[in-house]
Design a protein around this ligand. Structure first.
Ligand SMILES: NC(=O)c1ccc[n+]([C@@H]2O[C@H](COP(=O)([O-])OP(=O)(O)OC[C@H]3O[C@@H](n4cnc5c(N)ncnc54)[C@H](OP(=O)(O)O)[C@@H]3O)[C@@H](O)[C@H]2O)c1
Length: 240
């Protein structure tokens, strides 16, 4: 499959695939004919999504260092390699959201573990497989799900915002450093969506004012296809 830029037949891994945007991505990508593996911590939810979509479900915690290689091995063994990695699983840090002066160090650490270290470790663990994909002309792409909190200094969003800013910058540098391998890196803000994470962060928000996760998932897939069509790398800050 040299230089085929469509989604059908691509091997895709999604972290956090049982709820919100991740679930919508697993559904859409599976329906589009991609081979999909997804990760989440809760066994029953993983089983439910496997039964619904036929995707490969992996029970694991991306914030745990010891889970990363088992997750990576299950992804590549089940898919026979990897073309697209979507680092989507996320932590808010303190719930309810708190000013930094009231944020426990442990909550900041948790946000950094899930939102920065996990994508970093998983990308490293899968980098060789993505490089093989590049040599096969399959245009491998790492998508890191960001937030407008990576750019804007929203009060009480300190742990989450700082972690998403770090992830966004990591994405930019990794993109610059990957020109030789041909692996593309993009950072995408999916917008405010009606999901459990958003309800935890802002319980008073009117769901009617929020995006459907399925609409954001379609935009993420559009952005992946756009990056695959261009010769440019490193589309950090793409806002679908
Ligand atoms: N919702 C919004 O308005 C919004 C806005 C901007 C950006 N985002 C970003 O969009 C992405 C998706 O958010 P969402 O709102 O769809 O979240 P969500 O509905 O809360 O879903 C989170 C998913 O991640 C899994 N997960 C959480 N921690 C994990 C861990 N340590 N290891 C493995 N899986 C884990 C959860 O399952 P388990 O709990 O079973 O593990 C679940 O499948 C996140 O990166 C978020 O920061 C969201």
């Amino acid at each position: 499959m040299v230089n085929d830029r469509s989604i059908r037949g691509l091997r895709v891994a999604v972290t956090g695939g049982t709820s919100g945007l991740g679930l919508a991505l697993v559904r859409l990508l599976s329906a589009e004919g991609a081979a999909v593996a997804f990760v989440a911590r809760t066994d029953a939810d993983v089983e439910r999504v496997v039964n619904e979509t036929g995707a490969v479900g992996i029970v694991g915690d991306v914030s745990q260092k010891d889970d990363i290689y088992p997750i990576a091995l299950q992804i590549t063994a089940n898919l026979g390699g990897l073309d697209i990695l979507i680092n989507n699983a996320s932590s808010l840090g303190p719930v309810p959201l708190s000013p930094l002066a009231d944020t426990d160090c442990e909550d900041l650490e948790e946000a950094l573990r899930v939102n920065v270290l996990a994508p970093f470790r998983l990308t490293k663990a899968l980098y060789g497989s993505l490089a093989v994909s590049a040599r096969q002309g399959r245009v491998p792409t790492v998508v890191n799900i960001s937030s407008d909190a990576a750019i804007n200094a929203y009060p009480t969003w300190g742990a989450y915002g700082a972690s998403k800013a770090a992830l966004r910058h990591l994405t930019a540098i990794w993109g610059e450093e990957s020109n030789d391998t041909g692996i593309r890196f993009i950072s995408i803000d999916p917008g405010d969506m009606d999901t459990p994470l958003h309800a935890l962060a802002d319980p008073d928000a009117d769901p009617a004012t929020l995006k459907r996760p399925a609409d954001s998932a379609a935009e993420v897939v559009d952005a992946i296809q756009a990056v695959r069509r261009t010769d440019g790398f490193n589309a950090v800050g793409v806002r679908p």
